[in-house]
Design a protein. Sequence first.
Length: 625
Amino acid sequence: MTTKHFIIATAGHVDHGKSALVKALTGTDPDRLPEEKKRQITIDLGFAALGLIAPNGNKIHAGIIDVPGHEDFVRNMIAGVGSIDLALFVVAADDGWMPQTEEHLQILNYLGVQHAVIAVTKSDVGQVDAVTEQIRERLSGTLFAESPIVPTSVMTETGIHKLVNTLATQLATIEIQRDIGKPRLFIDRVFTLHGTGTVVTGTLTGGSLHRGQHIVVYPTNLETRIRSIQSHGQELELAQPGMRTAINLPDCRVDQIKRGDVMTLPAHGTPTSTLIVRLERMSRPNGDKTVAHPLKNGSCIYVHHGAARVAARIRFGENGSLDAGKEKLARLKLISPVFAFIGDRFVVRDSAERHTIAGGIVLDPDGDKESLEGVVAPENVGSLVRATLARLGFERRENLLSKSRFSADEISEALTDLKEKGRIVLCQNIAADCEFWRNLRTRAVGLIDATHKESSARAGIDVGELRSALRIQDVEMFESLVADLCKEGFVRKGSVIARTSHRATLPVHAQPVEKRIREALAGQPFDPPSRKAIESDPQARQVVRFLIEDGDVTDLALDVLLLRESFERMKSQVIEFISKNGPATVSQLRQALGSSRRVVVPLLERFDREGVTRRAGDKRTLCDG
Ligand SMILES: Nc1nc2c(ncn2[C@@H]2O[C@H](COP(=O)(O)OP(=O)(O)OP(=O)(O)O)[C@@H](O)[C@H]2O)c(=O)[nH]1
Ligand SMILES: [Mg+2]
């Protein structure tokens, strides 16, 4: 039977007994720093592990993160609760609801933490009933309104057993974290172990990491390999989502990595500094100082994402501010990049780091390119795919929603499904919005038809000309469009695209010119007159273009035209000569063909490109096969 892994973090006001409770539950004192022991206060994150048995007998392993309650260390607290499954929310019976009880509650709600168990600590010295009532009142309307409340005392050991059972019962109902094949380890500690080298720890989400794997650390782009993995002191081959994970990176120095960095695989996009987000402010009971703090357009704030804290500026779509109980779309300009996914949640604090003022959800981590219009919350993969394509027009399949909380398979299935329902277009490697694609096709067809109408002597429109007329920068997308057109009704011939039904014809008055040109080229087939001499007037230029597009004439170099037939004959003769006489120089081949360097040099270069010949020193040999 496999053990389910979860992460629990404590939360609550300073001195309310969080660390003492963790020690009573696990036997581990999470306060490990000498200064913490001296001041009897938690400063930074502490860690412990708790083995539990679910009511159905299944094993549960919970990694516990103990956070500081003091208002000076809220920043550390947020780094600890970024990706937890359940909060162990602590309120002391002798003190009741206090400022950081409130602030921590808001932080957990902004981060979307869905589950909590509430411990009314110090039940031996406080008023359990009154405080329980106060807690229920403060939690009403929040995600924890229905969470169980357990009175505890570490002095008398009251309620500890019940708390263990409550945690087990609650965790048993929670889905384990999803493995979407996109692991992110939000690094919260970096240190050196004597004889082992650099170790980073964090909470792993989104996918697994295994020993020997090649990884990248963002935002520094540090690429390295995992030497070994541990979770709560146990060596592992593989760390799974929802595990506290320690990773040994012997090839890195400690000063190359810091708290807030993200370890991931190189294939899932890069960090960015502009996020499109939906910001929200909770509406909380009166007298709460955190609600009063203004959040205006242009405000400088701190964004807490994962274990990172980054200064940023807020831009709302229009001027104004975000009031309590409201939400608004905004763009966040960060001073340094974060590796965020669509659907990630974050916390916003003021620039002086005194108040938690808002929270939000990332709607687009690549927020540079488009307006705030049409950005949607990621409810399900299908609607997200459609909304994304509606905004972007098109995207490469492998890039579409790569930074989202959906797996590549889920995205791929959604694409196929939407295509079958006619809601999106899939063409080669491009996924596109139907309307966008239809418009593009209509414009392309219009340009092709206009070319046919205006210049019937031309085989069609040059693809490069079509691309620039459509103003398409992306070559791959353009190639998909051409391929789509060529599925029905259109054809690509060399460098032009045309209606299948189109036959290029020269106007009657140009036919004598055509005759003259053909004769000039046929007169000295292997050493014809220069292109300049042949294209003596605009009409001759038009005819030459017609003959090239039609395939009867090859333009070998800027100034060299050959009849296709001469080109093919020269090819056979070169092959025959080399087969008979072995590798040959330009000059030998020139003599054999009775041609000139002007023609033979570009001719052989063309044969090299076509894989007919190969250059070895100053000689040409034949390519095998
Ligand atoms: N009487 C009594 N005292 C307790 C109980 N739990 C904790 N304490 C005391 O409360 C004080 C604070 O306990 P901690 O566990 O350090 O509190 P904390 O919430 O971790 O504090 P910070 O991490 O600094 O926010 C210590 O002196 C504990 O001995 C309890 O159940 N009963
Ligand atoms: Mg503590």
